[in-house]
Ligand binder design. Sequence first.
Ligand code: E4P
Length: 223
Amino acid sequence: MLLLLDTADVRAIARAIDLFPIAGVTTNPTLIARERRPLGPLLDEIRAILGAGAMLHAQVVAPDAETMVTEAERLRDRLGAGFHPKVPVTAQGLKAIRRLADAGFAPTATAVVTPLQALIAARAGAAFVAPYVNRVDAIGGDGVRVVADIVRLFDTHHLPTRLLTASFKSAQQVLGVALAGAHTATLAPDLLDTLLAHPLTDAGVEGFLADWAGAYGPATTVL
Ligand code: E4P
């Protein structure tokens, strides 16, 4: 499963890219608005940190299909290869996804919360669907189950659309979608750190260093 970062915070992106095997970035209007910066330069900076061609999923905000397509064209002119227009699974969004796919884009259908929305988006030509795991869990549903059903649907109907699973709040949810066969997960930077954190790991590393220092002094291997 590929790991993406779900943020528009350039410092967080630079740190995570340096440390972790990150394949790209997803943003949404809320994440962009949080940065309080002009959109163009912000996206340029994210593209520069990621490097040319890396996956960058940025969302359109217009309510109608025609303007969504125009927005996607402008974003592509700015962001180049690796740009995926994120389009919500509204009726107008589905129309835009179809037009974008026909025009050679690899669109991402976003705000997906049911398997049937995913199926329709895939039929419209979405390259990715983004099911929101925690938002389903938060209203008493089962987000991982939704993802598992989408994996099965795409498999059964031989659809090439991939799952860009999104909206996570816990490591358990991430493990659940990985086991269900999701192709990609996009995570907030702090959740990425949480995935690695474990008291047994910390205690183990501390113990190794203490034993080493007792025998050889400062913790460095000098051959
Ligand atoms: C998906 O691409 C969205 O940006 C995102 O994952 C939504 O997450 P949230 O439910 O934490 O806002």
